[in-house]
Design a protein around this ligand. Structure first.
Ligand code: NAD
Ligand code: SER
Length: 320
């Protein structure tokens, strides 16, 4: 059984803050238990939950009779390089606690996003398949790879319905990204809308795969609802919408803001970007659960600008 009582961890983050309203519309608000280590006074249903605290995780899953978990709590790549120990605890121990408790409480589905961070400098650069060389050089990548493998292990050993997909960089305007290497894309669009120039922390030719948030939300739901019999993969589906360099985004934005300019001053995040592929192959997701992105670069920029022109949320600030 699934989708009767849904726990979302990391619900205050870039994805969770949009995923909770998205699934509340579909399944009903009363079925969703949003949780995060940080509180949310605006939503009385929000519970405080630290995924590294095993007994609290157990207690919450039991108390709310959870049958489905969207496990979004994580430390992203740039923050993870500043604090690898924290990334290890949240991304690996947190995942372990969720999986252990899911078995104990007979949870029907655990879906955990993974990332292009699982790839490393030895991975081919273009159209990378799911099964390839995965030797990440960041704690984020190491921990996300471990989380994928833990999910596979709990499926094969205990029959847990663990699923996951590797997101590319996500672009959105409601909640700031959580300290990742692809955050430049969101920052650049916001600065352009504000009428300011942007100092980019990646080189102008750093090509990375990207996706607009509506396609990310749709993908999480499609994978969650996919027929089990169709799945040949479980926790490591590659998904992507388009690949861009910072320069391509700058040029796209100049169509709307002709005087917009970017300077390129790479920092420690350049080494992370250099270790990731420029494009990945999402054909398994298309075949096994009908992954279907709708937004390319043009549509993403257009929609971001339209919405940011109406309102630039005050919390949209750099977190890394
Ligand atoms: P985010 O950083 O915006 O949000 C993560 C949330 O987890 C935050 O609200 C944070 O408070 C919470 N959190 C941190 N430590 C916690 C703990 N100990 N217990 C409970 N909550 C804790 O990240 P996001 O972008 O929303 O990412 C969600 C998932 O998607 C992660 O697994 C991430 O690796 C993956 N992902 C994101 C992107 C992206 O571009 N946003 C790309 C690839 C993969
Ligand atoms: N956007 C994420 C990051 O840069 C990719 O997982 O960390």
């Amino acid at each position: 059984m699934a989708f009767e009582r849904i726990l979302v961890t990391g619900a205050g983050g870039q994805i969770g803050s949009e995923f909770v309203p998205f699934i509340s519309e579909i399944f009903g608000r009363e079925r969703i238990i949003p949780s995060d280590i940080k509180s949310n006074q605006a939503n009385p249903r929000f519970i405080s939950l630290d995924v590294t605290d095993k007994s609290s995780v157990d207690l919450a899953i039991d108390k709310y009779r959870i049958d489905t978990i969207f496990h979004l709590a994580a430390i992203l790549s740039a923050t993870g390089e500043k604090n690898p120990e924290l990334a290890y605890r949240v991304n690996i121990s947190g995942m372990y606690n969720i999986l252990e408790s899911a078995i104990k409480n007979k949870v029907g589905l655990v879906l955990t996003p993974s990332s292009i961070g699982v790839f490393g400098p030895d991975t081919p650069k273009e159209n990378v398949p799911i099964e390839t060389i995965t030797r990440p050089v960041t704690m984020y990548g190491v921990s996300k790879l471990m989380a994928e493998q833990l999910g596979n292990y709990y499926h094969s050993r205990f029959g847990l319905n663990a699923r996951g997909l590797r997101f590319p960089g996500l672009i959105s305007y409601k909640t700031p990204p959580g300290g990742g290497t692809t955050d430049y894309s969101v920052e650049m669009i916001i600065e352009a809308v504000k009428g300011r120039n942007y100092k980019c922390f990646l080189k102008e030719d750093s090509k990375l795969p990207m996706m607009y948030m509506p396609d990310a939300l749709d993908s999480l739901l499609r994978l969650a609802e996919a027929e089990d019999s169709r799945l040949k993969h479980r926790t490591d589906f590659n998904i992507t919408s388009f690949s861009i360099t910072p320069k391509q985004l700058e040029l796209e934005l100049r169509n709307y803001f002709p005087s917009f300019g970017v300077t390129y001053e790479p920092d420690f995040r350049q080494a992370i970007a250099d270790s990731w592929p420029g494009s990945i192959d999402a054909s398994a997701a298309k075949q096994e659960w009908d992954f279907h992105p709708n937004y390319g670069l043009k549509e993403t920029a257009e929609d971001m600008i339209l919405n940011l022109r109406k309102n630039i949320p005050s919390n949209i600030i750099k977190r890394s």
